[in-house]
Design a protein around this ligand. Structure first.
Ligand SMILES: C[S@@+](CC[C@H](N)C(=O)[O-])C[C@H]1O[C@@H](n2cnc3c(N)ncnc32)[C@H](O)[C@@H]1O
Length: 294
């Protein structure tokens, strides 16, 4: 995917980065990196289809206005639009509950893309770190630069061991619990990397820390071509849950922070019935949210 950037004069687009009125080709994002557009489009325009799931993202539409890229085809993927809006409401509720209990704690978004969850979780005292691959970070630095001393950007490859130290999370946590978010990311990683990431969280995080993540069923592995939004990006689904307990089995320190949620809840009785009927085949909900603690 080719992505261009256009300055629009708002504070998120510093004039020093892109001359006003000037369009420049900034970078080429490929495969999984380009999937960042999918949730961005959902948060910007998905509420046109699902007004009751509107997450009121203050940045997404503006960011898409800066990126000169076609968004209409992504909007056709109604299923994914719903999944993203639903997960945003879930993570907002979970994050707000965590920071109500730990107002001075810090939050981290792993594989942040161009999302800005801190807009909903900033309580004036907490801090936030957004981390992604270097190419994405370069784009993010121009569109969502660090702000106010409490929200920072960092470059990371979570496919490698040692991301906890690379992000200096001990320093960020300062001995307290951290709230980590990994949304729309793990399904693109190989299963052994997902297990390693969970283990690193379990081994390094202070008690009370929480890791929020979303997961597809293992039946989705290798099926990205059937998704109207993910398919054309060239990314592939590589990890999914065989059963819901699998996450806790990644490390003995892991516990549930709260019960998992399934997107079936969006479809009411029909959704729950369809899920109960398909679980013997799918092993886990087709799309679900999980919050793990140590
Ligand atoms: C579907 S996007 C989700 C972005 C963001 N979390 C959101 O919800 O808008 C997937 C993101 O994961 C990032 N990602 C994929 N593999 C990664 C890795 N090994 N290390 C860090 N980030 C990664 C991609 O660059 C991309 O920004």
């Amino acid at each position: 995917m080719e992505t261009s950037l256009r300055s629009c004069g708002r504070s998120h687009c510093p004039p020093g980065a892109v001359p006003p009125g000037c369009t420049v080709r900034l970078t080429q994002l490929q495969a999984v990196r380009s999937t960042l557009l999918i949730p961005l489009v959902a948060r910007a325009y998905g509420a046109r289809c699902y007004p009751w799931l509107d997450c009121h993202d203050a940045d997404a539409a503006h960011l898409l206005g800066c990126l000169q890229t076609e968004v209409a085809p992504l909007l056709q993927d109604r299923l994914v639009m719903l999944n993203v809006l639903w997960r945003t409401l879930v993570l907002k509720a979970w994050g707000q509950a965590f920071f109500a209990r730990h107002p001075h704690a810090a939050g981290v978004s792993l594989g942040c893309g161009l999302s800005n969850p801190f807009q909903w979780l900033d309580n004036g005292r907490n801090r936030w770190l957004d981390a992604d691959l270097p190419e994405v970070l370069a784009l993010r630095e121009q569109l969502l630069p660090e702000q106010g001393g409490r929200r920072h950007n960092a470059s990371i490859d979570m496919a490698r061991d040692g991301w906890w130290d690379a992000l200096e999370l001990d320093r960020l946590a300062a001995g307290g619990p951290l709230w980590l978010l990994c949304e729309g990311v793990l399904m693109y990683l190989p299963p052994e990397r997902v297990r390693a990431l969970l283990a690193e969280f379990a081994e390094r995080a202070a008690p009370g820390s929480v890791l929020v993540l979303d997961a597809i069923s293992h039946r989705g592995i290798g099926q990205a071509r059937h998704s109207p939004s993910v398919g054309p990006s060239g990314a592939e689904f590589r990890w999914g849950l065989q059963h819901s307990d699998e996450l806790l089995q990644a490390h003995p320190r892991l516990r549930l922070w709260c019960p998992a949620r399934s997107v079936a809840e969006c479809y009411g009785v029909f959704g729950w019935a369809a899920e109960a009927w398909s679980l013997p085949w799918s092993g886990a909900p087709l799309y679900s949210m999980h919050a793990l603690r140590v």
